[in-house]
Design a protein around this ligand. Structure first.
Ligand SMILES: Cc1cc2nc3c(=O)[nH]c(=O)nc-3n(C[C@H](O)[C@H](O)[C@H](O)COP(=O)(O)OP(=O)(O)OC[C@H]3O[C@@H](n4cnc5c(N)ncnc54)[C@H](O)[C@@H]3O)c2cc1C
Length: 411
């Protein structure tokens, strides 16, 4: 983006439209989700709102323009994701499935594959969902590890014109779709004879041999429809392999770029909500003293420090999403910083805000621990920070000629 920190008229309109949508639908949805004990029942509450978001064009706002969507810039995506995630991060994660699941298709799909796999999401009605099936029961941090490690355990073997898929996947939103019969598309990281590969599975191919084994009741992000699913000789056309066999490691790493950068924005949303709650408390509560607690320097200092961190993560996340969406050379490094710094800052910031609120933070009607529960997911989802530090940032810094000034444009 040209360097300007003012939103354009269109971006102002996008922000206001997203805020209005959140005010109309997402706060209520979030309250209903919190009061519904069954994890499947509460996740399904999102479906009618999802349909409204599709009608309003927000799903297309996550598909880049070259592939037929409306996502023209990363800052635009950040604006509406922040507004949505401030009201309901779980809903927003559910909506944002294509951001990660379609990334390998954009990167290595043939024109025919791109047209076929993106089409379900270029609609003005319905509730299409996409899943990135990477994680497996028993762990996936070492998905690319060579033997004797197990690495990726899900396998696909060719039988005539079809891949035959066997294994289990876990955690990804919408692995089972809304009805347990599968999402519209699922990008499956699996082991083929040629190495770790990605095969896109379409919903109709899951009609035989696919089952949802368990739906999870998460401690935060409670509206996410998160499950464990099993493939038992599921047959997928040979033509659904993305790129070459063995290209799955690179495609999987890159798939986490846009979604990883967006975690910076999810982190901003959680911090923004926590700050608002703590600030309202600090300016209104005296806790038996003579003045509101914000008049005590110790409280004001915490608010000063966390506000600066929120602003820093917001700018970093805009920069990272802009770089990813425009395929700027700094995209990888900026996305990693937004993911790692953003998510870890959010957990620390909200914890600091809990301390200045004090015991009332433990009152179930006070929302701040909810934001903390959501934020604790951010260092581990969309590429765990341990993994991306080790696998991507470490590699980048050891690349011959890596210039620490390059990503910022200051080289
Ligand atoms: C709400 C939610 C949404 C999610 N969405 C998705 C999704 O869309 N798609 C998807 O596939 N997954 C998804 N996940 C799972 C998530 O992406 C995890 O990051 C992923 O499963 C890997 O977890 P892990 O890194 O903890 O790996 P694990 O394999 O479980 O490893 C556990 C820990 O062991 C340590 N460790 C293991 N190996 C090493 C090593 N070689 N070096 C150093 N430390 C090591 C690390 O501390 C690591 O965190 C989601 C999870 C949640 C909760």
């Amino acid at each position: 983006m040209p360097i300007s920190f003012d939103l354009t008229d269109q971006q102002e309109a996008l922000k206001k439209g997203a805020r209005q949508f959140a005010d109309t639908y997402l706060h209520d949805l979030s309250a209903q989700v919190r009061s519904t004990p069954d994890p499947l029942e509460r996740a399904l509450l999102a479906r009618p709102v999802f349909e409204k978001a599709v009608e309003a064009g927000f799903l297309k706002g996550l598909i880049p323009m070259p592939f037929g969507g409306l996502a023209s810039s990363g800052v635009d995506a950040a604006l509406f994701v922040e507004e949505f995630a401030s009201a309901s991060p779980d809903f927003t994660i559910s909506l944002a499935g294509p951001l990660i699941a379609l990334a390998p298709v954009y990167e290595a799909g043939t024109p025919e594959q791109i047209a076929r796999f993106v089409a379900p999401f270029l609609v003005d009605s319905g509730s299409p969902v996409a899943a990135m099936a990477y994680s497996e029961p028993g762990g996936s941090a070492n998905f690319d590890a060579p033997p004797p490690a197990e690495g990726t355990r899900t396998t696909a073997i060719l039988d005539g014109d079809h891949w035959v898929l066997n294994g289990e996947k876990i955690w990804a939103s919408h692995l089972g779709g809304w009805d347990g019969l599968g999402p519209d598309i699922m990008s499956v990281v699996c082991r083929t004879p040629g190495g770790v590969s990605i095969i896109v599975v379409e919903r109709e191919q899951l009609s035989t041999g696919f089952s949802v084994e368990e739906v999870y009741d998460l401690p935060g992000l409670k509206g996410c429809l998160t499950s464990r699913v099993k493939f038992d000789n599921v047959r997928i056309p040979k033509s659904n392999l993305i790129g070459e066999e063995g290209q799955g490691v690179q495609l999987t790493r890159n798939a986490f770029l846009a979604s990883g950068a967006s975690i910076g924005t999810f982190s901003v949303a959680a911090m923004r909500q926590a700050f608002a709650a703590a600030f309202a408390f600090a300016t209104s509560e005296k806790r038996g003293g003579a003045v509101p607690i914000i008049d005590h320097q110790a409280v004001a200092d915490v608010l000063t420090d966390v506000k600066g961190k929120i602003e820093a993560v917001r700018l970093l996340s805009w920069r990272a999403l802009d770089a990813v969406m425009s395929q700027h050379p700094s995209a990888l490094e900026m996305a990693l910083h937004a993911k790692i710094f953003g998510s870890e800052t959010a957990v620390a910031v909200i914890n600091d805000l809990v301390k200045i609120v004090g015991v009332e933070a433990y009152n179930p009607s006070f929302p701040i621990l909810r934001y903390l529960a959501d934020a604790t997911a951010y260092p581990i989802i969309e590429g765990s920070n341990t993994g991306v530090r080790r696998r991507q940032m470490h590699d980048l810094m050891r690349t011959v000629g890596w210039d620490p000034l390059a990503a910022s444009g200051m080289a």
